[in-house]
Design a binder for this molecule. Structure first.
Ligand SMILES: [Fe+2]
Ligand SMILES: [Fe+2]
Length: 253
């Protein structure tokens, strides 16, 4: 089972980068299953029904989200779409699904999205014990976790905690790809962050001038996306049976 995992597609330039590189990446690597982190895909953050439909038609199978899962007015409708999962460790009664099950030619693939707690704002449940809870409930041929978190240490701790119990754990959220794609001792594939798809010259997707201004003044501003930049496309390709994980990092000149 070959899986293509595309990191946070960030707004308009993220969509542009996806449209530009997705087909060639897909044709080169021939994945059976494609996951996209879509927490920043639309203007104002979050995933829309239109993008969901459009991307599924192009071969994407499942969308994961993150801390922006609930930013949109129509979040409930989006989270109810069959192949969208939000971070599982929000509290009881939260809208949306804690995981998604996908039937691929009779094989069951479970995709779980979890949110980190270190340097993150929302008062969420423990991702470690939440993972235990979900893994007790699901039976699957393959389990893939998107761990949407800021702190590298938390990502490594969860990865080792789940080593041998899930097929892959891929980090998202920092928007910067790490070079630590590896097979953990008990066989789980891991990369602490897959990186972002969007504007190359940006402050993790946001406008450069604004990002600098905010750090100088300390005054908070709603993030504006950078729209004047060449593109980056970041993903990884996982072979769950042969246990390989390869990075795909395209940076335009
Ligand atoms: Fe993001
Ligand atoms: Fe995020």
């Amino acid at each position: 089972m070959k899986v293509l995992f595309i990191g946070d597609i960030y707004m308009e330039l993220g969509q542009k980068a996806f449209n530009k590189y997705f087909l060639s990446v897909k044709n080169e690597h021939k994945p059976h299953f494609i996951i996209v982190n879509g927490e920043n895909i639309e203007k104002g953050n979050g995933l829309s029904k239109e993008i969901y439909k459009e991307y599924l038609e192009q071969g994407v199978n499942v969308f994961t989200l993150g801390n922006h899962a609930f930013s949109r007015r129509d979040a409930r409708e989006v989270l109810d779409l069959p192949y969208v999962t939000r971070p599982a460790n929000y509290g009881l009664g939260t809208m949306g699904k804690e995981w998604v099950e996908y039937n691929y030619n009779g094989q069951k693939i479970v995709v779980i999205n979890l949110l980190g707690r270190v340097f993150m704002r929302d008062p969420i449940d423990n991702p470690f014990t939440k993972a235990d809870e979900i893994l007790k409930k699901v039976t699957a041929d393959y389990v893939i976790v998107d761990f949407h978190a800021e702190a590298t240490s938390e990502k490594y701790a969860l990865a080792h905690y789940l080593d041998g119990r899930v097929d892959a754990i891929i980090g998202t959220h920092t928007h910067v790809p790490t070079a630590d794609n590896m097979v953990l001792p008990k066989g789980t594939l891991f990369q602490s962050d897959v990186g972002m798809t969007g504007a190359k010259y940006s402050i993790i997707g946001g406008e450069v001038a604004q990002g600098i201004r905010k750090f100088i003044s300390g005054v908070p501003e709603r993030v504006k996306p950078e729209i004047n930049s060449v593109l980056q496309f970041n993903a990884c390709i996982l072979d769950l049976d042969n246990k390989t994980i390869e990075r795909i990092n395209i940076y335009e000149e």
